[in-house]
Ligand binder design. Structure first.
Ligand SMILES: Cc1ncc(C[n+]2csc(CCOP(=O)(O)OP(=O)(O)O)c2C)c(N)n1
Ligand SMILES: [Mg+2]
Length: 584
């Protein structure tokens, strides 16, 4: 018997260097699973408990390896479940290939079972999106899908009717136009350099700047040395949108850390006071944190020319890979002897770090959430891979986890979906068997995909899951109070004993309630040989306030308290104590 469509598909994936596929089987993809089964020595299948986790694991894999992430799901509901994770890939520009099944080719459009046109459903999320029509089509379509995902850093999707998966190549009625083997499995990355003239214009803007902020995003994760050289040369300050957290180590004297609601006060100050902004590989979305449009000259580097000028007016736009462009730009950059802008930022950072230290070492009960991140940070390996979920935990992770040398950090940036943390860690742990993999998640986000703990156990992925248990959708609670001036509503969570749940799944389960125990419990968990969960019971009344609170936010805050916010005296006590500790 000749090769089936599914055989050709899987062999071509192997040719492309794909080593792992995340997914869950179903009758719409049985043909593909048979092809995976018979090639399991050459391509690994990781079974998840929910297809959303497969897509998110593929995103995590892509983010941490810089390679294509691949996921597979059955026709109808399986494919639909992928969607949120695929949007995460789209929003954060990650190359992810989704492979799905469809119903029998000759029953499509007849209300047959699982007759969902996933190619139509995925029209917005996928940059490449095709239905495979037969044996002579699969290779060409797959090659295009992969090249599109890689070159456009986007989602690609192919769907194959279930019966077509089993068609053999010998059945193929190849069209006369379709020359066999005409399609190549080579991806040629090609980002040219901007013209010398443009580079000089950009250098002139930067050389004239007296107070330069370098906003370094995910596009320069592989350009740490170049970014630091630029900062050193011009006495500039590196400000990091969260997806760019690992661009420069947090201990570097050239960075004030994050920006935005989750960021630091010194970054906000630097953005406000700069006269020149150098944007590198970032589309950081929160416009209110940029310098006012006419306050700073701006140079922007991005691989996508459509992104130039997206967030801030630009004086010079340079299209290309950040590392290459910076390497070409650096010889044109003069040293700035005036270090006062940088020195002010460094002074501000001393105060900020002192504040973090004060808040991170509080011994109050219930335990302050900052304590967990503060202690965890001290215990992480130099090359740990840390993923955060969406929620107040993202604030604690952003501020307290200090990225060092070989560490990687990510979260769902532009989609900001909940539940990404654990699947990202699955992607990381599958890719790197010798690195510490940790996720920092809230009790709300974790419960959305908590079945994935069984995935960790099944494949013995020694991920450490740190769950902040505050029994509330904390982020939304604080948004309701601080941004809306409304008392909280619809945010309380039914408490779950996550340590018990972890043990039920076959993982280790730890409970951390007393801040004095934090170093010991976290160390025990990190040293545990296998997957482990720490449920850290934290104070739900500790607000993740922005680095600088605006008057409007303070007024809204007061309004919500007056209008009957639950536990308002506890909240007032927490906030007042924080303030008192800052001044004494
Ligand atoms: C899928 C999804 N649903 C809803 C939201 C809105 N949202 C953002 S953060 C958050 C609360 C997260 O709660 P939890 O995981 O408990 O973390 P906490 O804020 O309490 O630290 C919600 C509901 C979202 N971002 N994604
Ligand atoms: Mg919570």
């Amino acid at each position: 018997m000749g090769k089936t469509v599914a055989d050709v598909l899987v062999e071509r994936l192997i040719d492309w260097g794909v080593e792992v596929i995340f997914g869950l089987p179903g009758d719409g993809v049985n043909g593909i699973f048979e092809a995976l089964r018979t090639r399991q020595e050459r391509i690994k299948f990781i079974q998840v408990r929910h297809e959303e986790a497969a897509a998110l694991a593929a995103v995590g894999y892509a983010k941490y390896t810089n390679r294509l992430g691949v996921c597979v799901a059955t026709s109808g509901p399986g494919g639909i479940h992928l969607l949120n994770g695929l949007y995460d890939a789209k929003c954060d520009g990650q190359p992810v290939l989704a492979i799905t099944g469809h119903t029998f080719h000759d029953l499509i459009g007849t209300h047959y079972q699982q007759d969902v046109d996933l190619d139509k459903l995925f029209i917005d999320v996928a940059a490449y999106n095709e239905r495979v029509m037969g044996p002579a089509h699969v290779e060409n379509a797959l090659d295009e899908a992969i090249k599109t995902a890689l070159s456009r850093r986007a989602v690609a999707h192919i769907t194959i009717p279930k019966d077509i998966q089993d068609w053999t190549c010998s059945d193929a009625e190849r069209s006369s136009a379709n020359v066999p083997n005409h399609s190549g499995d080579l991806y040629a990355p090609a980002y040219g350099l901007p013209h010398a003239e443009l580079l000089q214009q950009a250098a002139d803007v930067i050389n004239q700047g007296e107070r330069v902020v370098i906003l370094a995003g995910r596009g320069c994760l592989d350009a740490r040395a170049e970014v630091l050289q630029l900062a050193e040369r011009i006495g500039g300050i590196v400000v990091k949108p969260l997806l760019g957290k690992a661009v420069v180590g947090d201990e570097s004297p050239y960075t004030t850390g994050g920006i935005g609601l989750l960021g630091t006060a010194p970054s906000q100050e630097a953005m406000k006071d700069c006269d020149t902004l150098v944007m590198l590989g970032t589309s950081f979305p929160y416009l209110e944190f940029y310098p006012k449009p006419d306050h700073a000259k701006t140079v922007q580097v991005d691989i996508d020319s459509a992104r130039i000028g997206l967030r801030h007016p630009v004086d010079v736009g340079l299209v290309g890979d950040c590392r290459d462009v910076l390497s070409a730009l650096l010889p044109l950059i003069k040293r700035n002897e005036d270090r006062s802008f940088l020195e002010t930022a460094q002074e501000n950072m001393k105060d900020w770090n002192e504040l973090l230290h004060i808040r991170g070492t509080r011994m109050d009960m219930p335990m302050k959430p900052q304590v967990v991140a503060y202690e965890l940070n001290k215990l992480l390996d130099h090359n740990a891979i840390v993923s955060a979920d969406s929620g107040t935990i993202a604030t604690w992770a952003a501020r307290y986890i200090q990225v060092r040398d070989g560490m990687q950090f990510s979260l769902s940036g532009n989609l900001a979906t909940m539940a990404n943390g654990l699947p990202y860690s699955i992607g990381a742990a599958v890719a790197y068997t010798d690195r510490q993999v940790v996720c920092i998640v809230g009790d709300g986000g974790f419960t959305m995909l908590m079945g994935e703990l069984a995935t960790l156990v099944k494949y013995n992925l020694p991920v450490k899951v740190i769950i902040y248990k505050n029994n509330v959708l904390g982020m939304i609670k604080w948004e309701q109070i601080v941004f809306e001036g409304n008392p909280q509503f619809g945010v309380e969570l039914q408490p779950i004993d996550f340590a018990l749940y972890a043990r039920a799944c076959g993982a280790a389960g730890f409970t951390l309630e007393d801040p004095a125990d934090a170093p010991r419990v976290l160390r025990d968990a990190l040293e545990y040989d296998g997957p482990a969960v720490v449920q850290a019971v934290v104070d739900p009344n500790e607000p993740p306030l922005p680095g600088n609170v605006t008057i409007k936010q303070a007024v809204k805050f007061a309004e919500a308290l007056v209008r009957g916010q639950k536990d308002r005296w506890q909240i007032i006590k927490s906030v007042a104590e924080d303030k008192i500790r800052e001044v004494i």
